[in-house]
Design a protein around this ligand. Structure first.
Ligand SMILES: NC(=O)c1ccc[n+]([C@@H]2O[C@H](COP(=O)([O-])OP(=O)(O)OC[C@H]3O[C@@H](n4cnc5c(N)ncnc54)[C@H](O)[C@@H]3O)[C@@H](O)[C@H]2O)c1
Length: 295
């Protein structure tokens, strides 16, 4: 999507951090921007900033896990600004600790926001984008945790791997509709993600980890202090949206671990010369997908 001015963006988690950076950059490009966020204080702070500019920004308080709220938000966005052409599924949460200590509520919350929120966003907006027939773009914010495991972040890593798989498949499906899909995979970003648990809903509050903990908050915040400025990250994203990039990963430090990861995967594969049945399997798979699903 090269021409953004005048078009409508819908950004979840738009009240803080990565999402707020996206809202600032897209508004600066002349887009009309809906910022959706579960935290009223984040929306209020963000709107205090936008009110001092001539940006067209509309706040909606909603939980990305709430499917009814998604339909209402999409209707509201259309009423206020018109059809949405750019969906940024950015809202996300993190919590740290061993998977051995995770409760079902811990799993349901992290997967519900980080993966369920993205699914709900796509379920709501992708059919609308297709129906309007004007093309568009979807950005799903994953993380470097979509590629690399991390000790004490198993729930988060699980959710982000899933967002990558979802996004890469969706990109193939939406291409004929002129709708691009990008995956934003940040490393460290200077945001408020250290206080994610403050937005945790009561019905999923039974945790094996922590609720409010000033020491943990301070340590996480310090770790992200040298991270990218969210506006700088959003400028990279803007370029990626314009070029319909699949991955947006503006972090040099991950070149070596990703090379290592892919080398290890390739290494375990047999040589095609030693695998005489390979072509039979490839042809059967190709036939299966083209005959039944037409790709
Ligand atoms: N900060 C980093 O270092 C980093 C690194 C990689 C990926 N990310 C990803 O970036 C995205 C944004 O995180 P951030 O770092 O800007 O954190 P942040 O906490 O500053 O912003 C996230 C926003 O999402 C909102 N939110 C949380 N739960 C929600 C829900 N259920 N419904 C609606 N809104 C909800 C929060 O209120 C907050 O305003 C996340 O997907 C995160 O995983 C962040």
């Amino acid at each position: 999507m090269r021409d953004l001015a005048g078009k409508v963006a819908f950004i979840t988690g738009g009240g803080s951090g990565v999402g707020l950076g996206q809202a600032k950059v897209f508004a600066r490009e002349g887009m009309k921007v809906v910022i959706a966020d579960v935290r009223a204080d984040h929306l209020e702070e963000a709107m205090a900033y936008f009110r001092q500019t001539d940006a067209k920004v509309h706040p909606i308080q909603m939980d990305v896990m709430d499917r009814k709220a998604w339909e209402q938000a999409a209707d509201e966005a259309e009423r206020v600004f018109g059809p949405v052409q750019l969906l940024c599924n950015t809202a996300g949460v993190s919590i740290f600790g061993s998977m051995l200590d995770a409760t079902y509520d811990d799993w349901d919350w992290v997967l519900g926001v980080n993966l369920g929120g993205v699914i709900n966003g796509i379920r709501t907006f992708a059919p609308r984008m297709v129906a309007y027939g004007q093309g568009g773009h979807i950005v799903n914010t994953a993380s470097m945790s979509a590629f690399l495991p991390q000790a004490s972040a198993g729930l988060y890593v699980t959710s982000k791997f899933a967002v990558r798989g979802l996004s890469e498949s969706l990109r193939i499906e939406l291409e004929p509709h002129n709708i691009g899909v990008s995956i934003l995979c940040p490393g460290a970003v200077r945001t408020n993600i250290h206080e994610s648990v403050l937005a945790r809903p009561k019905h999923l509050s039974n945790t094996g980890y922590y609720h409010y903990d000033p020491d943990i908050f301070a340590r996480l915040k310090a770790a992200l202090e040298p991270g990218l400025d969210p506006v700088v990250l959003a400028e990279k994203l803007l370029e990626g949206v314009r070029n319909n990039a699949l991955y947006i990963i503006p972090y040099a430090e991950f070149r070596q671990p990703l090379e290592e990861l892919h080398r290890r995967v390739i290494e375990v594969l047999p040589d095609p010369a030693d695998d005489p049945d390979m072509m039979k399997r490839v042809e059967a798979m190709e036939q299966h997908f083209t005959s039944r699903w037409g790709h």
